[in-house]
Design a protein around this ligand. Sequence first.
Ligand code: DX5
Ligand code: ZN
Length: 216
Amino acid sequence: MKNINICPSILSANFACLMDDVVRLEKAGVDILHVDVMDGHFVPNISFGVPVLNSLSDACNMFMDVHLMITNPIKYVKSFVDAGADSITFHVECDDDVDACIKYIHDLNCRCGIAIKPATDIDFILPYTSIVDMILVMTVEPGFGGQAFMPDMLQKVRKIRNFNSDIDIQVDGGINCETARYAVDAGANFLVAGSAIFRAKNFEKAVKSLKEANIS
Ligand code: DX5
Ligand code: ZN
């Protein structure tokens, strides 16, 4: 079985003391930060952008897993890579040419993922599994943290895993100890968690119980 990676989404952090939360995560043994970028156009919410990533990547050594929920990713990927992105995931539903965007991200020596919204047909994405590093299956409608996991999305995870045994599969939205187990059983190996970690008093315990939820 693949190693399970927990990716805390800083969307659920307290932005007034973001670095304190990041330091607590590092102390809890987390080495990936999931950075949710929203433009208020692709999704009905605005989060943060390049300057915040820049400050974070200067201040810590974590792997920056950037999730772009924006209409025109090509225009911004270089700025995010320059600001410290180690991986960039963009949506197939964006307005840009998907193949050109993948190539551009790889040309910048960055890992590339593509994401699908709940309503998007999975067959559309299968051909990309041979050229990208990761597929992100949204398990909620993108835009907000704290929503309920959509169990119907598990069949997408299963289909991708059956189609390609090597690709990294990330799930994002409504992940807690119970849904983490379903996602891993279906074949996911990167679990994004916002509320499940940031609502917990003890980050170390929260991360540990998400990891342990995967031991069936
Ligand atoms: C939703 C974001 C998620 C979100 C996850 O659009 O992509 O990363 O913050 O938050 P929870 O774990 O609370 O659903
Ligand atoms: Zn996300």
